[in-house]
Write a protein that binds this ligand. Sequence first.
Ligand SMILES: NC(=O)c1ccc[n+]([C@@H]2O[C@H](COP(=O)([O-])OP(=O)(O)OC[C@H]3O[C@@H](n4cnc5c(N)ncnc54)[C@H](OP(=O)(O)O)[C@@H]3O)[C@@H](O)[C@H]2O)c1
Length: 261
Amino acid sequence: MNLEQRTYLLVTGASRGIGRELAEQLARQLLPTGSVVVLLGRSEPLLQETKASILADRPKLDVHSCSLELATASAKDFGRIFDKTLPVNGCNEFERAIVVHNAGTLGDTSQHARELADTKILEQYYHINLFSALALNSEFMRVFAGIPKLVVNLSTLAALEPFSSMAYYCTVKAAREMYFRVLALEEPSTETLVLNYAPGVIDTQMTLQVQRESHDPALAAAFKEQRESKTMLTPQQTVSKFLQVLRAQKFKSGDHVDYRD
Ligand SMILES: NC(=O)c1ccc[n+]([C@@H]2O[C@H](COP(=O)([O-])OP(=O)(O)OC[C@H]3O[C@@H](n4cnc5c(N)ncnc54)[C@H](OP(=O)(O)O)[C@@H]3O)[C@@H](O)[C@H]2O)c1
């Protein structure tokens, strides 16, 4: 895949962790003139940091930061973001549009699967991690109809295998990955390419939360050991691999590709 094209790129969870690194490394690949980069997250100051770091490298890029709470976000909110960030001539001048569904939360890892009784909390968790991604993706598909599209979902081994203390996370990630597989099946033309990328285990706030809060001491200790022995990956390492995966493009639309593959 040649990434050096006039591109509309939107990354959710671009304020820190893997999402920030994805936004920075992807932005560096794009044709600077005519490309648009949109960074989503809640923390405006952190989004501004990502934006500044992208512009330091690629001053000609048109970079937007949009603070948005995914726990309540609707298709209308995403529609407004597209309206605000698309050029006056609309999307026809782009050679490709990319959306990276990266934002994600772990849920309460102190709870056992037998304890998930509060549907209000479940609804909020599912809204952040699943409903928002589906609404954003549907708006993205509508707005960029007719334009070559790359749709990336940040997946995980936990979408395929159960992990103790991760009932919230495993269920939502499995559902999210299945949505993107159905999307790939329903959009077989080369216009839409879908990738479920599992980044490995990365040293971010998410894995720190497992070490602090998991009710499973073995899991918390395993993560801690990886971090202390520096065998846990960095965002830079996994995003470099992600770019290799894209460039080589050996995957089929909808595939699950893991860092460790
Ligand atoms: N770390 C790992 O080992 C690992 C492994 C496999 C898969 N993944 C996946 O990779 C993705 C990124 O993980 P990470 O480790 O980089 O996590 P992270 O450091 O915790 O970052 C999560 C990102 O999501 C955003 N976010 C969280 N809640 C939000 C909300 N309610 N509304 C809007 N944005 C929200 C955060 O931004 P704000 O706080 O500014 O809103 C932040 O930018 C996730 O989908 C995760 O499941 C991670």
